[in-house]
Design a protein around this ligand. Structure first.
Ligand SMILES: Cc1cc2nc3c(=O)[nH]c(=O)nc-3n(C[C@H](O)[C@H](O)[C@H](O)COP(=O)(O)OP(=O)(O)OC[C@H]3O[C@@H](n4cnc5c(N)ncnc54)[C@H](O)[C@@H]3O)c2cc1C
Length: 534
């Protein structure tokens, strides 16, 4: 197989969403090669982000308020240090985006307009042209990346395996060039995993279909720890229009006063939580699911709160509704929970370092600890920026030891076609995950999901892409099965209570032990961030 080597001080970044691109830009002037499975700006979730970015930039806001809301949403599993870093460095990263040319919405006095979203104590979300933050941010960063001589961009290139050296350091990846239909080994001194989320593993999701957790699977196979894969966030208001992926009705709509009603017009969330539609996402998602399961349907009502301003304020949502001849200023919007975000992922410290030397992870693929069991709305774009900069800073300090080393990878890779999952069997995987590892799970349903996944893994149409997808999906099921409690995004109907013991689920694979799993207890919750700060 052909080997291409990046220059000595160069870094390979796998994924060109917000996390991958921002990390690359912040690494200047160090050379970096960024690969993406799709065309630049396509294939990832970043471009689709609607609501915006949470940061304590308002006159009456403080990082500590943002911190408290982040901790509360995360249902006991948020890492103090990571959350502190997130909220304290957030405002500076918003300034960075402004410098890159992002034009956030402003009021008549030129101040940033701040939106409200569920489980935030005050207005704190910066946005662009109403609901187009992700597209605007990505456009600015793509322009900046094109103009940066230290960045090489390789589009339509898929990574399916990491390369490890004889000392256990990660040294690049096996890549597949889709245009040339050619596989090659890209050796690099440092590798950053920025492959995004897992929503594509589910039949009903707001994520692009290619969000299949490949990064998690690749990292696991070289020995990196994977944390809390069972925590999958369902967005309560996917638009139920029969479109795949499901278009999103952004959280900001509920922040703007829209109500959830059933087919009799009853505002069912007022029965379930004191914050009604603005309760944490997991609670609202279960409320919506229960109303649908009871045969009463679920609808978002924007008629009074927004009315005729809808088209201008929420153009993306409006466009989606128009596909099915729904006018949100006069009609109810049918909604259903859809897989939206993965809190679990490749375990990192607060510099984005994974448990393997030479490998960093950032963005949705990473588990930095800031989201715990349930992400606070609009904290994920912020996480990609804050930890993207930290990864860049960490890499700058890294000494990869350039002496000649032998590298290798798991040879079974070469027996599998380096292709994405075949359509039909992949749809079976997605249906399995939605049916058996979805919003509400039981031990039996998760066992059924794992059994189906084993069958898929043994099928004769296995490709490297399908194998990575099966592995990521299996971790979600195994983590869900092991965690015998309900917490945040993980709801077991056979274990409805939240355990008093707060713990992370950790998975690790080595050739000697195969897949192992253990729980790791969190420190005493009564300690304040300052007491635990290092
Ligand atoms: C509809 C929608 C709305 C959202 N709204 C908001 C919001 O308002 N605020 C907020 O904070 N968050 C929001 N989110 C979540 C947020 O958009 C994501 O968490 C964030 O953009 C993830 O960024 P990322 O860079 O980690 O991944 P992505 O943007 O998903 O990028 C992943 C990249 O990895 C590439 N890739 C994947 N696998 C491979 C592989 N094997 N080889 C090569 N390349 C690969 C992809 O092609 C892509 O370039 C929303 C998500 C969705 C889907």
């Amino acid at each position: 197989m052909e080997t291409k080597s990046l220059p000595n001080d160069s870094t390979l970044i796998i994924g060109a969403g917000l996390a991958g691109l921002f990390t690359a830009l912040e690494m200047a002037p160090m050379p970096v090669t960024v690969i993406t499975a799709a065309k630049l700006g396509r294939g990832g979730s970043s471009r689709w982000a609607q609501g915006g970015l949470a940061a304590a930039v308002g006159d009456n806001d403080k990082p500590e308020y943002h911190f408290n809301d982040t901790m509360a949403a995360g249902a006991g599993l948020v890492d103090f240090h990571a959350a502190k870093v997130l909220v304290e460095e957030g405002p500076a990263r918003v300034e960075d985006l402004i410098r890159y040319g992002v034009e956030f919405d402003r009021d008549e006095n030129g101040k940033l307009k701040l939106g409200m979203e569920a489980a935030h104590g005050l207005h704190r979300i910066v946005h662009v042209a109403g609901d187009q933050a992700g597209a605007a941010i990505m456009e600015a960063l793509i322009d900046a990346a094109h103009a940066s001589s230290h960045i090489t961009l390789l589009e339509r290139t898929i990574a399916d395996e990491l390369i490890i050296d004889e000392n256990g350091r990660i040294r690049g990846a096996l890549l597949f060039d889709i245009e040339a239909q050619k596989r090659y080994m890209m050796s690099a001194q440092r590798t950053v995993m920025a492959t995004g989320g897992i929503g594509g593993l589910y039949a009903v999701t707001t994520n692009p279909k290619f969000a299949q957790g490949h990064g998690i699977a690749m990292a696991l196979r070289v020995g990196a720890e994977i944390m809390d894969p069972e925590f999958v966030q369902f967005h309560p208001t996917g638009l139920d229009l029969g479109i795949d992926p499901a278009p999103l009705a952004t959280e900001a709509l509920r922040g703007d006063g829209c109500h959830l009603v059933d087919n009799k017009g009853h505002r069912f969330m007022t029965d379930l939580h004191e914050d009604a539609e603005l309760a944490p996402r997991d609670i609202v998602a279960r409320g919506v699911a229960a109303s649908i399961a009871a045969g009463n349907g679920a609808f978002l009502d924007a008629r009074t709160a927004i009315g005729s301003r809808f088209k201008d304020r929420y153009p993306t949502v409006y466009k989606s509704c128009q596909l099915k001849n729904i006018d949100p200023s006069t009609d109810l919007m049918p909604v259903a929970p859809a897989v939206h975000y993965h809190m679990g992922g490749i375990r990192t410290d607060i510099e984005g370092r994974t448990t393997m030397k030479g490998l960093w992870a950032v963005g949705e693929a990473a588990a930095t600890g800031v989201h715990g069991a349930n992400r606070l709305a609009s904290n994920s774009l912020l996480e990609a920026l804050v930890f993207g900069k930290r990864v860049a800073d960490s890499i700058r300090k890294d000494d990869p030891s350039t002496k000649q080393v032998r590298v290798g990878f798991q040879q079974d890779r070469l027996t599998l076609e380096p292709k994405p999952a075949p359509e039909e069997i992949f749809q079976h995987l997605r249906n399995t995950m939605t049916a058996f590892a979805g919003l509400l799970r039981t031990g039996d349903s998760l066992k059924q999901a794992a059994a189906n996944l084993n069958e898929i893994q043994d099928s004769d149409v296995l490709t490297s892409g399908l194998q990575n997808a099966v592995l990521a999906a299996s971790l979600i099921c195994l983590g869900g099965y092991a965690r015998e409690e309900s917490r945040g995004g993980h709801a077991r109907t056979d274990f409805p209570e939240t355990s008093e013991t707060r713990m992370h689920t950790i998975f690790k694979w080595t050739p000697e032990t195969n897949l192992t799993h253990h729980f790791e207890k969190l420190p005493d919750i009564s300690k304040t961030p300052s007491e635990t700060s290092s």
